[in-house]
Design a protein around this ligand. Structure first.
Ligand SMILES: Nc1ncnc2c1ncn2[C@@H]1O[C@H](COP(=O)(O)OP(=O)(O)OP(=O)(O)O)[C@@H](O)[C@H]1O
Length: 581
């Protein structure tokens, strides 16, 4: 069941309660110090009008007013410092909670969101919680407090004066009602338009190579500029319609003299109030305008915060793979057994049907099949990026579902088709596999992955910074670095999805040899289109249209498996074509 948004917010704020309590305390002190000049001022004006004041008396009252003003500023500063401290900590917790959730949810769910949407939520939308938190919690409580106390004070002078001071509240409620009527929907549309700009922007940057190659600059830029113009028009339209109503509220609500001035004068003329009471009443009513103004502004902030929390909730409540709270299970070996597995990305769809594969420990298993036959999907299931729909996968005699995430991560090294390198040096990228590796271990891993030669040729060798994109390295070089990373991790199982796709034949041979060496004491599972890479595998699994059609060694399959024969034919024809060209 969806958690109430206020409860979600409270979960994150409760860890910083003490800071907020102190912040509210200083905010209340600040607001009350702000009332003192009005009270003292009314005394001063009465004394001057009735000529009862000495020069010393006037000076004392002026100093008192100044002191109250200085105190108000100091207390406000302390209050907002504390609340900002708390608010930024909460933002930090919220962002960590979202990224943590994304890590624990299945890859399929994460891929459902565009990079723009994820960036927008983690950075921009959570940021919208900061201003209300840092200002609203302390200031709202303090301003409500000051309104209540001022009204009590006015009631003590004369209840009619107090009621007159509050007359603007029901008057301002009418435009406020119209403003708030469809606020939620409008705010959601606004966020949607904002998200659209983010998405198009990220797409434009990520796809810049394709855009330039296909001379799409005009079209793509139009998509980008249309999103920006759409956002501008939506925001302006909304502002224009809301602005009039908002201005009416902003000018009406704080105009407390509307009631107090005529009622106060009438009461004074009727001798129900003396001069000091009248002046005090009018000044207090003026003093009310600031807090009332703040309260009206907070209605906007409150709604903006609500929408931001509702949006982050979508991420905080993503379904997670149940990795939590499991005991570490002892693995008998590094074998993998796929038993009667069925899987589809959607509920009623089948991408893999009735898969049964036995991969003994320390063997080299290749998975081959036509494009779209389900090879990458199968590898991702072995790595538990998704859960199977039925059947099970056993690792070292234990069901994959019963392993903790840490244990799974430590047992499997996974090299994907897109070798992603992070900003930093080559050494840092390889060391991701084992952060405490010695320089010699990094060099050994690079040698095994056949990338040491080209790294040593770079002027800064292992320390070469690849922060400005992977552009300075070829696709094959990037792939070899990611293989080195997986080798250094030294996990008992290595899964590789087309690791040699962009590697030249000479390096491919060397990597092949390295992988075969690795398979002497590791289980290696690899998808490959180039069948020459897997000819010497201990076992080749042939997939066709999501099913295993045969399993065996190269020579046997070539004799007995028509699907493999077709794959081999088309592979050799492609190779001959390459040679003849
Ligand atoms: N994230 C996804 N969501 C939905 N469908 C997907 C997803 N990934 C793959 N598919 C579909 O699953 C099927 C198998 O895809 P998969 O990538 O596993 O095949 P493959 O054999 O590895 O293909 P290739 O050799 O071209 O990489 C395809 O029909 C593909 O469209």
């Amino acid at each position: 069941m969806k958690e109430n948004w206020l409860r979600t917010l409270f979960r994150f704020t409760s860890g910083h309660k003490t800071l907020f309590i102190w912040s509210i305390f200083f905010s209340v002190l600040s607001v009350f110090s702000g009332i003192v000049p009005y009270v003292v001022g009314s005394r001063l004006m009465t004394d001057i009008i009735e000529k009862e004041s000495s020069q010393y008396g006037i000076m004392t009252l002026l100093v008192l007013m100044l002191a109250a003003f200085v105190l108000k500023t100091i207390f406000h500063f302390i209050s907002t410092t504390l609340s900002h401290h708390a608010a930024y900590n909460i933002l930090n917790d919220l962002r960590n909670a979202i990224t943590d959730r994304l890590m624990r949810t299945s890859l399929g769910v994460v891929k459902h969101f565009s990079s723009g949407t994820i960036k927008d939520t983690i950075l921009d939308r959570t940021e919208k919680v900061e201003i209300p938190l840092a200002h609203m919690i302390p200031e709202l409580s303090a301003n409500i407090c000051v309104v209540v106390v001022t009204v009590i004070y006015l009631t003590v002078i004369d209840v009619r004066l107090a009621l007159a001071a509050l007359i603007t509240i029901p008057l301002a409620s009418i435009p406020l009602f119209f403003l708030m009527k469809d606020f939620d929907q409008k705010y959601q549309d606004y966020m949607q338009a904002n998200s659209q700009v983010n998405n198009v922007m990220v797409e434009y940057i990520e796809g810049i190579e394709v855009i330039k190659t296909f001379n799409q600059t005009g079209v793509s830029f139009k998509k980008f500029s249309d999103a920006i113009i759409g956002f501008k028009e939506y925001t302006l339209n909304w502002l224009q319609t809301a602005w009039k109503t908002q201005n009416m509220i902003f000018s009406l609500l704080p105009f407390t003299l509307l009631g107090t001035l005529p009622v106060g004068i009438w009461l004074y003329l009727d001798h129900a109030l003396n001069l000091n009471q009248l002046l005090l009443g009018l000044l207090l009513a003026i003093g009310l305008s600031g807090p009332l103004n703040k309260l009206s502004l907070f209605t906007n902030d409150f709604n903006a915060m609500k929408q931001s929390v509702l949006n982050t909730q979508k991420f905080l409540e993503l379904p997670i793979l149940d990795f939590e709270e499991k005991e570490i299970r002892e693995l008998t070996d590094s074998s993998l057994n796929v038993i009667d597995v069925n899987f589809g990305y959607k509920k009623n769809e089948r991408v893999l049907s009735n898969i049964n594969i036995e991969i003994p420990s320390n063997t080299f298993c290749a998975i081959v099949g036509a494009s779209g036959s389900g090879k990458s999907t199968l590898l991702q299931l072995l790595n538990r990026f998704w859960d199977v729909q039925s059947g099970k996968i056993m690792l070292g005699g234990v069901a994959l579902k019963d392993l903790t995430q840490l244990q799974l991560n430590q047992t499997i090294s996974y090299v994907t088709q897109d070798s992603f390198l992070f900003k930093g040096t080559i050494e840092e990228n390889i060391k991701m596999g084992k952060p405490d590796a010695t320089p010699q271990e990094v060099i050994n891993a690079a040698r095994t992955a056949s990338c040491l030669d080209f790294i040593e040729e770079l002027p800064q060798g292992m320390k070469t910074d690849i922060s400005f994109g992977n552009g300075q390295l070829s696709g094959g070089q990037q792939q070899r670095i990611s293989i080195a990373r997986a080798i250094l991790k030294d996990a008992p199982i290595i899964i590789l999805d087309e690791p040699t796709a962009s590697i030249d034949p000479e390096n491919e041979q060397r990597i092949q040899e390295s992988l075969r060496q690795l398979a002497k004491n590791k289980t290696v599972i690899m998808v490959a289109h180039r069948l020459s890479t897997v000819m010497k595998a201990d076992q080749i699994v042939v997939l066709d249209n999501g099913s295993v059609v045969d399993t065996g060694e190269h020579a046997d399959l070539l004799k007995n498996c028509p699907v493999y024969q077709r794959l081999w034919d088309s592979y050799t024809r492609t190779e001959e074509w390459h040679i003849s060209n």
